[in-house]
Write a protein that binds this ligand. Structure first.
Ligand code: ZN
Ligand code: ZN
Length: 490
């Protein structure tokens, strides 16, 4: 039986209009083109263009020739978040995702948090402490932790004495050659929470203005209820951290809407025709950067985890849906203002839907760790220097075990990358080069690309068999007709 959410019923018209692809009406289509052109010029990636392509909607096309391995474009994320479990291993800027502090702080903090027990997250599967409280949500939970499985893979490690950890944290202990890996110093959240850290004042301010002022749990938070906010965050951490990303998308839209409205009002002051209440057209405009992504309802498109039988699919999707509404309810108390409420409510439904896009488009946020580079550097030193350095560094490496190389991991929405279509024989890939040390997406050519050609990436492992590929791509809602698939089709 299909459950109908009361919010769905109340706002069905708004939801339909918000879910309608922007290209349906001609004038919106022009605006969409304009939006992408602005985005491309802002990102200075003049080598590409976003064009409508009949079958798949949008696509990214080369405006110039690219050589093999050449950078095609870099894409700044619109919203992104580090996975909560990854926060123990990697201290990064909450806005640009660069590693911050120092090599010593990165290592010391990790041990410190692990001894506090924060590191014993249920993600590594040895604990059963979470099963009681989140029984109903286990499906969603498992689904995420499967993807986050790389972190906290605790292998056999040798623990460090507390003293050694403290001296790393407080800066008394300097590891040999760590000055070769300087990191920006840590800037605290201007709102006073202890969850957001930054690489610079600029990042701190940009984050505050675009998302964080509504989602900060500190003293200066502009949220309506810090208690509700804390509950929301706890629920997301226990169930699915994609809700944190959805909250960021909603917060981004509310703040953009307020800015639009303020400038609109100041323009109209002279004529004294002040608009009261919510202006849906301004709200739609504020929502556009996010709505332009691919849309399917999250609970319809989230892929069925392997451990769930196909016959339980309905129950599974129902639970996911329940989870999303619980989350939304908590968020509503935390950040909605009375004035925006009716429209924001339907908008939030869409934010929850839009997170389907985050899951689907596989837009992973990955930033390589300087801690890994550091230990590789030590390993590469000439024999005598290496021996000398290892006297100090080896105990730390032994204590870290395989985890020394854990990178920053999260999920993000990249507006240009998300326009790229799939091919099983792609001409480009998302690839971080040595110099790419922040949360931006980088697209690199796999072979020469000619001007006018569509730039494609593979959403899946393209070495799988034809049947396996089509099955995975069915989750994205299409059947692949790339040259490889046409060739292999039985
Ligand atoms: Zn930063
Ligand atoms: Zn804060």
């Amino acid at each position: 039986m299909e459950l109908i959410c009361p919010i769905d019923q109340r706002c069905s018209d708004q939801i339909t209009s918000l879910l309608r692809p922007p290209s349906v009406r001609f004038c919106t289509f022009i605006k969409t083109q304009e939006y992408f052109e602005q985005l491309i010029s802002k990102r200075r990636c003049q080598g590409i263009k976003v064009k409508q392509n009949g079958e798949f909607g949008k696509g990214v096309f080369a405006e110039t020739d690219f050589e093999e391995e050449e950078l095609v474009f870099k894409d700044q994320m619109l919203v992104g978040a580090q996975h909560p479990s990854n926060k123990i291993d990697c201290l990064v800027c909450s806005y640009c995702f660069k590693f911050i502090g120092s090599i010593e702080q990165q290592i010391g903090r990790r041990f410190y948090l692990k001894t506090l027990g924060i590191g014993i997250s249920s993600h590594n599967g040895c604990e059963s402490n979470s099963s009681d409280e989140v029984e109903d949500n286990e499906f969603a939970y498992n689904h995420r932790s499967e993807q986050n499985g790389a972190s906290s893979s605790s292998s056999s490690t040798i623990p460090l004495p507390t003293m050694a950890v403290e001296s790393l944290m407080n800066g008394e202990m300097a590891l040999p050659y760590s000055n070769k890996f300087p990191l920006p110093s840590i800037i605290l959240c201007p709102g006073g929470c202890e969850e957001a850290f930054y690489c610079s004042k600029l990042c701190a301010e940009a984050d505050w203005d675009s998302f964080h002022c509504l989602l900060c749990t500190g003293e200066k938070s502009e949220s309506c209820s810090r208690d509700a906010l804390l509950k929301f965050i706890q629920h997301a951490n226990e169930t699915n951290d994609i809700f944190l990303l959805a909250a960021k998308a909603i917060s981004f839209t509310i703040l953009r809407y307020r800015k639009f409205k303020a400038s609109h009002l100041s323009k109209q002051e002279n004529t004294a025709s002040i608009i009261l209440g919510t202006d849906p057209s301004l709200l739609l405009e504020a929502w556009k950067p996010i709505s332009i992504g691919h849309k399917r309802r999250w609970w319809d498109c989230i892929s069925l985890p392997d451990d769930i039988d196909a016959s339980d699919e309905g129950t599974f999707r129902g639970q996911i849906r329940e989870l999303a509404f619980t989350s939304l309810q908590l968020l509503k108390e935390a950040i909605f203002d009375k004035e925006c409420e009716p429209c924001i409510l339907s908008l939030s439904i869409n934010a929850i839907n839009i997170i389907g896009m985050f899951e689907l488009n596989n837009l992973d946020l990955v930033v390589a760790s300087p801690v890994e580079d550091y230990f590789l550097y030590i390993d590469d030193l000439p024999h005598s220097e290496k021996k000398e350095a290892e006297k100090i560094t080896q105990p730390y490496l032994d204590a870290l075990g395989e985890d020394y190389s854990i990178c920053c991991q999260g999920t993000a929405f990249f507006p240009l990358q998300s326009c790229m279509n799939h091919s099983c024989c792609p001409n480009a890939k998302a690839f971080k080069r040595e110099e790419d040390r922040d949360g931006q997406a980088t697209i690199v050519a796999l072979r020469p690309i000619c001007k006018g050609e569509e730039v494609t990436i593979s959403y899946i492992d393209e070495d799988l068999s034809f049947e396996e590929r089509q099955a995975l791509l069915a989750d994205y809602g299409f059947r692949c007709r790339c040259p490889k698939c046409l060739d292999e089709e039985p």
